[in-house]
Ligand binder design. Structure first.
Ligand SMILES: Cc1cc2nc3c(=O)[nH]c(=O)nc-3n(C[C@H](O)[C@H](O)[C@H](O)COP(=O)(O)OP(=O)(O)OC[C@H]3O[C@@H](n4cnc5c(N)ncnc54)[C@H](O)[C@@H]3O)c2cc1C
Length: 374
């Protein structure tokens, strides 16, 4: 099919183009709108629905569990970790203010670290971590919670629970719907099913070619690329690495004895309630090389490990049906530092939340928009 004169004349030119309709792409478009009220802003998303991580995640609104923060402190040092935690917390506030808690299904039941025997030494450093986070939160964040553990029905390997009352959870489908609705209301033109397969700078514009029968080429002087873990299929050497995450969700369980978000093994496993269902994910560390992929399939190794954890530890002795399974692709950057930089004078990159985009996404989006317009 040929492009018509009308399509050519009025539908392909923009002032600003954002590639990728995940939590960062949509918020980057919104940040650009705040700075450029009159500009024509176009967002191109390859999937009919977002097709990376944002609508396929676990919906933890978290800034780091005790064991994860300890591991990061040892690997990255105090200053880097405190900056990281602060950005996540600020990003979360920005997201909640932007959309409202009801719209994103935000709930606060608290977050918990499950400690097995081999993790108990983390308790000896609980005060140290609280002291380091005190200036950010003005209070102690982590404490041992014996009451929740006693009522939880968790298996005997769980020796202690550490609670973070500031952690919450969102409904990721509602969140993405709310972002898309707001973007449309702010006059951002969203095209889905628009997979960009080439970017080319030509004089004062960037040509953005969309794969498909019309070979449509959008044009704008400035472009933000927010394609996260899938970026390698479009651009080489940006520093982002794909990391697949797998999830399962059970049927509703009458009288589920706990609520909240739970982390295990520095966050390599995680589970939460969704109403009376259990959502469980993780296990990527069991096959790190195989999971460094953009293929959104499921693997028997990881789904099997998740099921064992569900039956041995989370709901021991209960027969439950698993009703949903899926995978999504995260983007990981070195040293957990998001990638926000200019690729050229006209193209900005914004991605690499390392599995924490619910909290961090708003911050990265604001920085990406700022940089693109600088
Ligand atoms: C299983 C799983 C569980 C997770 N759990 C949590 C959690 O509980 N809490 C948390 O904070 N974070 C979690 N995350 C991470 C979080 O979802 C991400 O950090 C966040 O969604 C990243 O947003 P993004 O916009 O950068 O990327 P994405 O959501 O991946 O968005 C990128 C978009 O770009 C599109 N795209 C890619 N290439 C092209 C192209 N060539 N042309 C057009 N469009 C393109 C993709 O289709 C995609 O929609 C999880 C991730 C996964 C996979």
């Amino acid at each position: 099919m040929q492009l018509s004169f009308w399509e050519h004349d009025a539908m392909l030119d923009a002032d600003l183009i954002v590639i990728g309709g995940g939590i960062i792409g949509l918020q980057t478009a919104l940040e650009l709108r705040e700075r450029r009220p009159q500009d024509r802003i176009v967002l191109l998303e390859r999937g009919l629905l977002p097709s990376g991580a944002s609508s396929r995640n676990a919906g933890f609104a978290c800034f780091g569990s005790l064991t994860e923060i300890l591991s990061d402190l040892d690997a990255l040092g105090d200053a880097a970790v405190l900056t990281m935690v602060e950005r996540r917390w600020r990003g979360l506030s920005r997201l909640r203010q932007r959309l409202g808690d009801d719209e994103i299904g935000y709930e606060t039941f608290g977050g918990f670290d499950l400690l097995f025997d081999s993790h108990l030494e983390a308790l000896q450093r609980l005060d140290e971590v609280n002291r380091k986070l005190q200036p950010l939160f003005g209070r102690a964040v982590f404490s041992v919670d014996t009451g929740t553990l006693a009522a939880s029905g968790f298996g005997p390997r769980v020796k202690a629970l550490v609670k973070n009352p500031l952690e919450g959870q969102v409904h990721s489908g509602k969140l993405m719907r709310a972002l898309a609705k707001l973007a449309a209301a702010r006059g951002i033109e969203i095209h889905t099913g628009a997979q960009v397969d080439a970017l080319e700078e030509n004089g004062g514009e960037v040509r953005v070619r969309v794969k498909g029968e019309r070979n449509a080429v959008f044009r704008a002087p400035r472009v933000a690329v927010c394609t996260n873990g899938i970026t390698g299929e479009l651009l080489c050497d940006t520093g982002i690495v794909p990391a697949r995450g797998q999830i399962l969700v059970t049927e509703p369980i009458a009288g589920l004895p706990w609520q909240g978000t739970y982390h295990l093994d520095q966050g390599f496993y995680y589970f939460r309630n969704v109403g009376e269902r259990v959502l469980l994910g993780g296990g990527r560390h069991l096959a790190l090389d195989a999971e460094a992929t953009t293929d959104m399939a499921l693997s028997d190794t990881i789904q099997g490990a998740l099921e064992r954890l569900l039956h041995d530890t989370i709901l021991p002795g209960r027969e439950v049906r698993i009703e949903h399974r899926w995978s999504g692709v995260m983007g990981f950057a070195a040293d957990k530092q998001p990638i926000v930089r200019m690729l050229s004078g006209r193209v900005a990159l914004g991605f690499g939340c390392n599995g924490m985009g619910v909290a961090l996404g708003a911050e990265i989006a604001a920085q990406t928009a700022e940089l693109l317009l600088a």
